[in-house]
Design a protein around this ligand. Structure first.
Ligand code: FEO
Length: 629
């Protein structure tokens, strides 16, 4: 008997749920089942988006037949060839031999690999469209989200994104079809996280690329291949994708994973968890021999700090812990602080081996305060565990409140993100350019090292008391100095500023250069911090009162401790900079090879752009660059 769901007047869910599957992809437990979604568009032409897994093929075919209500099936759009979505193709083609398969070239290759059937497919590529009567389908390539052939489809008539694996969730639908019909945050978000992190967690850059493309679309509904359809509060799931794909933690706190044969390593992990709680730090614990790795990987993407406690086994890391650590590294875990506890009765090696694996990860900081146990923890070692807890607590304190955010609050601050605001309204990223930003040299000093960078977000918050706010990208060295010292200066640039000032402070990092070398001045305010006396109309000194972690940026609120007017030249606005200061691109005799930042126009010359390249001017990543045409 059919079991379908109406999504819109023209769109019907014809998928099916599987609650018997023990291991999804043979690896991931699915205790709450899984749905395989397929959608039927009933327009002048009928269009089916993907099929389902073989386990539910019979129900799916019943659903399609019923939903078509005697009409023929005109198109089958194949977005993803993984068999959980393609297994029913052959049976479908037997029932509907005249259906036209619509797919990209890579999909056709995989189709021919999986099946021995002769298919005359309609091949589509990026931005190709298919008109089906009232509806216009736009095809958008999304390679490696999760396989190389993946594409998504945007129905520009009803503003629906058919998103393939993206925005999917583990868990059967249990009679609902829309995310707003269930308590998604409480009941399903952990399964959405577990699905994302394990299935596509490795491909953060590719997911960001898809998010960027999606942000240019006016999306009112998302129809993924697993889990619920999103028609309200799309930002709830999109904002998580922004965090997950950039490997930013969702919460400050500690995930402790331990491998313990006789309970002594577990004992040390328990004591650490208690010490952390005593310091007000949240901690969650997993026995890696009991909890499925997919749950621990999901937790590792959620929490800011990770501790691995492992006994030594066969002169190496305990088997289940080694598997977990390898899995995390394979899933590209980044931007985390890691603590290590090792145990070994005669030759402890697990700690060093775990450390070696994480040292290869991007932006993973392994704490110096590691603990090495011989058989069982001794009283004398409690101070070592406490030192680790202290180090973690201090690190978390330096991060502020720690909840991640979609929006960093600098120029073009909608980032690659959303397209959808917190209330479900659409967000045009270009709107952020309408703010009248200024441009400032932000300077700080730490251990007699002077440094500075260009920022565009400095405003007065209150006049009594006199307070200002600045938002600073965490990748800036100046950011770290302010976190440490709490002091900074803002030099407000004026319209007589030359481009060389932007080159001096904005186009390289103070970590490996002295930005003040040969500048010809050494002016400092009372706080001892340097400022820029030329082409600035004012310098303001700030003492940090509060700081707030907003994912990519920290927002500092500071008391004004000194303010000196240097000239009456008007302040530079961001627009003025582009119109009058930034050099215009010069015609090249030979065609310039390189990439241009779509946000600010910065040009990177070269044949290929590194994946981790950050625009030195506006701090947007490689996904916001496009080849020079
Ligand atoms: Fe749900 Fe990548 O397949």
């Amino acid at each position: 008997m059919h079991s379908i769901k109406k999504i819109t007047d023209d769109l019907i869910w014809v998928g099916a749920n599987d609650r018997r599957l023990a291991m999804f992809e043979g690896v991931y437990s699915v205790p709450y089942g899984v749905s395989y979604n397929s959608y039927l568009l009933m327009d002048e032409k009928t269009v089916l988006f993907d099929t389902v897994d073989k386990a539910v093929g019979h129900r799916f075919l019943e659903n399609v037949t019923f939903a078509l209500d005697g009409r023929s099936l005109d198109y089958l759009v194949l977005q993803h060839m993984e068999p959980d979505h393609s297994a029913a193709i052959e049976d479908l083609l037997i029932r509907y031999p005249d259906v036209k398969v619509v797919c990209n070239a890579k999909t056709l290759t995989l189709l021919n690999q999986f099946f021995d059937i002769d298919i005359d497919a309609q091949i589509v590529k990026e931005n190709d469209t298919l008109n089906t009567g009232k509806h216009c389908l736009n095809f958008v390539m999304a390679p490696m989200v999760h396989w190389p052939e993946v594409m998504v489809t945007y129905d520009s008539t009803d503003k629906i994104l058919f998103s393939a694996d993206a925005f999917g969730t583990f868990g059967a639908l249990n009679g609902a079809i829309f995310a707003d019909e269930v308590d998604f945050d409480t009941e399903y978000m952990s399964e959405a996280r577990r699905y994302y992190t394990n299935i596509v967690g490795k491909y953060g850059a590719q997911v960001q690329s898809l998010l960027t493309k999606a942000s240019a679309l006016d999306i009112e509904m998302i129809c993924p291949l697993h889990g619920f359809v999103w028609r309200k509060k799309l930002s709830d799931i999109i904002s998580r994708y922004v965090l997950w794909s950039t490997y930013q933690p969702e919460e400050n706190g500690v995930m402790i994973a331990y491998a313990s044969v006789y309970g002594n390593t577990e004992n040390a992990a328990e004591i650490l968890a208690g010490l952390l709680r005593d310091k007000g730090i949240k901690a969650v614990m997993f026995d890696v021999s009991v909890t499925p790795a997919s749950e621990i990987i999901s937790a590792a993407f959620k929490w800011s700090h990770l501790v691995f406690a492992s006994t030594t086994y066969n002169a190496g890391i305990f088997v289940t812990m080694e598997d977990l650590v390898n899995d995390l590294v394979a899933h590209n875990i980044q931007n985390r602080t890691v603590g290590i506890i090792e145990n070994g009765s005669w030759a402890a090696t697990s700690g060093g081996l775990i450390k070696g694996k994480f040292e290869k990860c991007k932006a993973v900081n392994v704490l110096e305060q590691c603990v090495s146990i011989k058989s069982g923890l001794k009283k004398t070692q409690l101070s070592e565990l406490d030192a680790m807890a202290e180090a973690i607590a201090a690190d978390i304190a330096s991060l502020g409140d720690g909840s991640g955010s979609v929006d960093g609050g600098t120029v073009g601050g909608a980032d690659a993100g959303a397209g959808v605001g917190a209330d479900g309204g659409s967000v045009d990223p270009k709107a952020m350019f309408k703010f009248s930003y200024g441009l400032f040299v932000l300077t700080a000093m730490d251990d007699s090292k002077d440094n500075g960078c260009i920022i565009n977000t400095a405003i007065q918050v209150t006049s009594s008391p006199n307070r200002i706010s600045i938002a600073v990208n965490k990748t800036n060295f100046t950011h770290d100095m302010i976190i440490k010292t709490g002091s900074f200066n803002i030099s407000i640039l004026s319209t007589d500023a030359q481009f060389r000032i932007f080159e001096q402070f904005g186009f390289h990092s103070g970590r490996d250069t002295d930005k003040f070398v040969d500048c010809g001045y050494d002016d400092r305010t009372t706080n001892g911090v340097r400022y820029v006396p030329e082409s600035t109309n004012c310098v303001i000194s700030g003492k940090v009162k509060d700081s707030y972690d907003y994912g990519t940026h920290t927002l500092f609120i500071a008391d004004v401790t000194e303010a000196i007017v240097l000239s009456n030249e008007p302040s530079v606005t961001y627009q003025y900079y582009f119109d009058n200061i930034k050099p215009k691109p010069q015609p090249h005799k030979d065609k310039l090879k390189g990439f241009v930042c779509k946000i600010c126009g910065y040009v990177y010359e070269g044949d290929s752009l590194p994946d981790d390249f950050i625009c030195p001017l506006c701090k947007h990543g490689a996904v916001d660059f496009e080849p020079i045409k």
